[in-house]
Design a protein around this ligand. Structure first.
Ligand code: ADP
Ligand code: MG
Length: 721
């Protein structure tokens, strides 16, 4: 870096503090926006109430103290078309920065004050300094890129642009790591053109193709890493060939099956319903994975209520059929407990042969391991896993600790909810190998609770193969969803609850999320239940359910609700997953704007599970634009994939990528929402490249670029041939 002309020790330090250590880092600081100098910004065109970026020259600057004692700097900015007043509070230094003659970009909402248009505390990018001469505007052509200036590091947009400019000019033509064939096929511009186009565009039209290429490169690097990782795992893996006969999937429910047939067959034969076509297709794929010598790494997506549970169970049973064990990992204790209960009831009556017991058969053993399972109980489960007397363990992070060891772990199901990272999946998978590494790699199935958009899945779960359950079980009627915006609308919701209960159905009331501990939340649920009992829902039998209750109490309440001894269940979001009561036909969600789209959709999935018409009321008087988008989307659509798109659009990729992206994030320009096609194209290109050149030996430039994003250990792992 210090080889650049204006970069001495001080600026090197400033750049380092921004995480910029190489020319590559520098070139990947991208402009926030561009000022097209060919189009004169007309200050007289500003609309009050809207955000705007205006470019103009400082005509006058003054400062004074307000009555409250704050320093107020007032600046008059003009262009040929008009002028605007810009004021700053508590930023005395602006008076020096914005001397008359300075040309700068001001970005803020335009307001009106005493009949004059004004900006208050805008973002400022100085483009041409007071003396003008060192800021040679001609150098940057007619389109000025504006970089995210850093006040902390003391670097202006202008300086950053200058470094980038110099680096590009000195570097000359850049080597392009992307094979020409791929570029041509996808219509991508060359590397050199892309960096020039985004940093030194001649005209604004240069920017878009440059951006597209650079965004593609970001996705490509990510997908290459994923493809290489998949490849290495495959090469180094010792998978298990589980017994899994496809014709077991075609058994009719209620048909007889001999005690000697597989657990999968006995389970499906004894189940309440037949598989849907989509479930069968998915299981066929899983069976193919599980019978192959390569371990399965599969993501199972399906909308709320699409029936992922039976798919997961069947996979676990196939592992037990092969004499191995299964593990189900859930993100929270409450969910783990719910999974345990439903597994136990679904697998009731199934036995496996065990020569060590009298009669040679014993019931399947399904056990819980969470932070709440302590001392002797915990030791029993640990022993059972080691000696093979426990067939399935359901648990939370507690499953990942070192003292959890299996006799023969065969299959893992992870109920995702976006909460487990790649490392945690790897940690659990490693348990199949045992202490001496001589074991086998278990098969892995990851399930998302609500769908995430396909392109986002390719990024977040890019190391997994993907399967989607595309159809809901037969007879589902879409839940009638209403956003109750006014208090009177709420009345309609409570009336519906009373009416449905009168006709023999049941209702959920979901309490608002409250800040604070689970205990606070529990109190608020209890109080709301009491309030409802005294007001809107007088005379109904009301139960409460929250995470603080003891397991036995929760089970009692759920059993009462299921059996119809309770009419209404007032609950926290603990009912979000797993609760399955077909007679429940109404859900009222209080303060619905506090919940995210995915969570609302998941909650709503608790009704509409039977063949009766169902309703969901979203109570919220919020008038925030975001609440409007979310709640209207739920009113409009019951399709989880569609809602996932809205959610992504709304929240941006940050939340989806979030904590998963360890280390340096490479997605600076690329957007999961607007660059969907690029994700798919990058994935295909990556697979193609790694397929032909498994350790990137023939693509050294690509390999070098990837090294920037990984540590040495990982590089050694990924590039070994
Ligand atoms: P999710 O994908 O949300 O986990 P579940 O596995 O809980 O969905 O299934 C939702 C509901 O649909 C449950 O009541 C389940 O019993 C029922 N179900 C699942 N598969 C079928 C099927 N093939 N036929 C009829 N009902 C089904
Ligand atoms: Mg489920």
């Amino acid at each position: 870096m210090s080889q650049l002309r204006h970069v001495g020790e001080k600026r090197t330090a400033a750049l380092t503090s921004l995480g910029i250590e190489s020319v590559f880092d520098l070139l990947t600081i991208y402009p926030r926006r561009f000022i097209d100098r060919t189009k004169r910004v007309d200050l007289s065109d500003l609309t009050v109430g809207e955000e705007a970026a205006v470019f103009g020259e400082v005509r006058k600057v003054s400062s004074r103290r307000t009555k409250q004692g704050k320093v107020m700097v007032e600046v008059t900015v003009s262009d040929d078309g008009g002028s605007i007043k810009v004021v700053f509070f508590n930023q005395a230094w602006r008076e020096r920065q914005l001397a008359a003659g300075v040309q700068a970009l001001f970005f803020a909402k335009v307001t009106e004050y005493m009949g004059q248009r004004q900006m208050t505390n805008p973002v400022v990018d100085v483009i041409v300094g007071p003396s003008g001469e060192e800021r040679d505007v001609s150098r940057i052509g007619r389109v000025v890129p504006i970089y995210p200036a850093s006040g902390k590091a003391g670097l202006t947009s202008w300086e950053i642009g200058g470094f980038i400019d110099e680096s590009l000019r000195r570097a000359g033509p850049l080597l392009d790591p992307l094979p020409k064939s791929v570029r041509d096929e996808l219509g991508l511009v060359e590397r050199t053109q892309s960096y020039w186009g985004i940093h030194l565009p001649n005209e604004i039209e240069d920017v878009a193709p440059a951006r597209r290429r650079l965004a593609f490169d970001e996705f490509l690097r990510l997908q290459l890493l994923l493809a290489l990782r998949r490849r290495r795992l495959e090469e180094s893996s010792a998978g298990i060939r589980h017994p899994f006969a496809l014709d077991d999937l075609d058994v009719e429910p209620g048909s007889l099956s001999s005690p000697s047939s597989s657990l999968v067959r006995r389970f499906l034969a004894g189940h309440r319903f037949a598989l849907t076509g989509a479930q069968r297709r998915v299981l066929e794929e899983i069976a193919r994975d599980m019978t192959s010598a390569l371990p399965m790494h599969r993501l199972l997506q399906g909308d709320v209520g699409s029936g992922k549970t039976i798919v997961a169970l069947t996979a676990l049973l196939a592992a037990i059929d092969g004499g191995r064990q299964g593990a189900l990992l859930a993100p929270t204790e409450v969910l783990a407990e719910q999974h345990l209960a439903s597994l136990r009831s679904d697998l009731q009556g199934l036995t496996k042969s065990d020569p060590s017991v009298l009669g040679g058969e014993r019931p399947l053993s399904i056990q819980l391991l969470t932070g709440r399972v302590k001392s002797r109980e915990r030791q029993l489960v640990l022993d059972g896993l080691r000696n093979g007397s426990v067939d399935v363990v359901v648990g939370t992070h507690a499953l990942l600790t070192d003292d959890v060891r299996f006799k023969a772990l065969g299959a893992i199901v992870i109920d995702e909810q976006h909460r487990f990272g790649v490392e945690q999946r790897a940690a659990l998978r490693a348990k199949g190998r045992g202490d001496d590494g001589s074991g086998r790699d278990p098969d892995l199935l990851v399930m998302t609770a609500t769908p995430i958009p396909r392109t986002a899945a390719m990024v977040v779960f890019g190391d997994l193969d993907m399967t989607v359950i595309t159809e809901l079980p037969p007879g589902r009627i879409a839940v009638d969803t209403h956003w109750a915006r006014a208090p009177l609308d709420g009345e309609v919701a409570w009336a519906r609850v009373r009416q449905e209960v009168a006709s023999g159905h049941r209702a959920f009331v979901v309490c608002p999320l409250v800040e604070g501990s689970e205990r606070v939340q529990a109190t608020s649920v209890t109080e709301e239940a009491q309030r409802l009992a005294a007001a809107e829902l007088t005379g109904l039998r009301i139960g409460v359910l929250h995470g603080q209750m003891r397991t036995a109490d929760k089970e009692t309440v759920m059993a009462d609700f299921r059996a119809g001894r309770l009419d209404v269940l007032v609950a926290t979001t603990v009912i979000e997953v797993g609760v399955d009561v077909p007679e429940a036909t109404v859900m009222v969600i209080e303060d619905a704007d506090r919940f995210g789209i995915a969570q609302l959709h998941q909650l709503r999935g608790r009704v509409g599970r039977g063949s009766d018409r169902s309703w969901c009321y979203l109570l919220s008087e919020s008038d925030s634009p975001e609440a409007d988008i979310r709640l209207s989307a739920l009113e409009r659509s019951t399709d989880g994939f569609e809602l996932a798109d809205v959610d992504l659009e709304l929240r941006g990729e940050g939340t989806i990528l979030g904590a998963r992206q360890k280390g340096r994030s490479d997605l600076k320009l690329a957007r999961l929402t607007s660059d969907r096609n690029l994700v798919t194209q990058a994935r295909e290109a990556a697979e193609h490249i790694v397929g032909a050149d498994p350790a990137l030996a023939d693509h050294p430039l690509l390999a070098d670029e990837l090294r920037i994003f990984i540590d040495d250990d990982e590089a050694a792992f990924l590039f070994k041939s």
